[in-house]
Design a protein around this ligand. Structure first.
Ligand SMILES: Cc1cc2nc3c(=O)[nH]c(=O)nc-3n(C[C@H](O)[C@H](O)[C@H](O)COP(=O)(O)OP(=O)(O)OC[C@H]3O[C@@H](n4cnc5c(N)ncnc54)[C@H](O)[C@@H]3O)c2cc1C
Length: 328
């Protein structure tokens, strides 16, 4: 059964988000498993996005539809969802893939609602069984995984960043414009300002490496040792809710059920007990390293590597070892 897949290719700061390239690579794989078909990427953004579009061919796009206008430079849920729906109406795909990035988490349900389609959110695995797409997503705060089939056509799937690899191969995509049939004044709301945190690091939800600190750090001043390790290994700093509630770190750093869901290649939990609500946000990390002085701390149940010890001794030694390896 051939299949058509539409992928929303999100642009941020003049480049495609890695999570969007991951969606495209997965779409290419699923297309093969579904017996062929084609993958259309939809790009929405400011004037510069047209020049970026052809590069999507190497990640799996057969065609790219581009809606570009200066006023589309910044993400706007109303406008972007209308444009993705316009592309879907023209392409009539079986599947719509959208990265579950911060913007994607806003966009995917809007698109599904406008299409009257079923939505599977934050998907971490997908396979084809008997010609049908089966997807897997964490449920019950990450305690279990549900495998499901979405019965509508199209089915809208938001894909957790870092759950699938972004594979660059060869290939070129045919690029066409996507008509914009409305003006910003026609929309019921207008985005006035976006205040982005200026950390210079990848957002937690897309970071490949994270070092998170918990209440075991004893005070905000001690996050310095976490920041030093993170700096050496190119990681983003995260935090438990106990730390955020104490005002030691901003809420944007919080990992967990009421914070961000992350899936990095490496998650280092320092002085974090591993409460179920924390695990809900990080248990799909590929490699989990836990440092805790309590050998019975629940974090060790999900850890691939555990160090039972005082973080104030262990973390600076880890940082020093990394520096040595880097010849510093
Ligand atoms: C509805 C709800 C939603 C929630 N959402 C979230 C969420 O999104 N994210 C989240 O994180 N939590 C969340 N929580 C809170 C969660 O239940 C825990 O209270 C919280 O995760 C605990 O944070 P912690 O591990 O930093 O602190 P603690 O549980 O106090 O753990 C501190 C750990 O540090 C260790 N430690 C202490 N000193 C040292 C040392 N010197 N060296 C090494 N280890 C040391 C201790 O052994 C301990 O394991 C939520 C709770 C509720 C009820």
């Amino acid at each position: 059964m051939a299949s058509k897949i539409v992928v929303f290719a999100e642009v941020r700061d003049g480049r495609f988000k890695k999570a969007a390239l991951e969606c495209l690579s997965e779409a290419r794989k699923l297309k093969g498993e579904l017996g062929g078909g084609d993958v259309t990427a939809v790009v929405v953004g400011g004037a510069q996005v047209s020049s970026l579009a052809p590069s999507l061919g190497a990640y799996g796009a057969d065609r790219v539809l581009v809606a570009s206008a200066d006023w589309l430079e910044r993400y706007d849920g109303e406008a972007y969802s209308k444009l993705v729906v316009a592309a879907v109406s023209a392409e009539k795909p079986d599947v719509v893939l959208i990265a579950a990035s911060l913007d994607g988490k806003d966009l995917a349900p809007r698109v599904a609602a406008l299409l009257g389609a079923g939505l599977a959110a934050d998907v971490t695995a997908a396979k084809v069984e008997g010609g049908k797409l089966q997807i897997t997503r964490p449920v019950y705060a990450g305690k279990a995984y549900a495998t499901l089939e979405v019965k509508t056509t199209p089915q809208v799937i938001s894909v957790r960043p870092n759950a699938f690899p972004a594979e660059q191969k060869t290939g070129t995509a045919q690029v066409s414009p996507l008509a914009i049939s409305f003006k910003p004044e026609d929309l019921p709301s207008k985005v006035l300002e976006v205040k982005a945190a200026k950390t210079g690091k990848a957002d937690l939800t897309e970071a490949e490496r994270i070092v998170s600190g918990g209440r075991g750090l004893k005070g905000p001043e001690n996050f310095k040792i976490i920041e030093e390790l993170a700096e050496e290994i190119g990681a983003t700093v995260g935090a438990s809710r106990a730390v955020v509630d104490s005002g030691w770190r901003p809420h944007s750093d919080q990992v967990g059920q009421t914070g961000k869901t992350v899936s990095p290649n490496l998650y280092v939990a320092v002085g974090v007990s591993g409460a179920i609500q924390h695990l809900a946000g990080m248990s799909t990390s590929k490699c989990i390293v836990a440092i805790n002085k309590d050998k019975d701390a629940p974090i060790f149940k999900v850890a691939d590597y555990g160090i039972v010890g005082d973080l104030f001794e262990v973390v600076p030694r880890m940082t020093a070892e990394v520096r040595k390896l880097k010849g510093k």
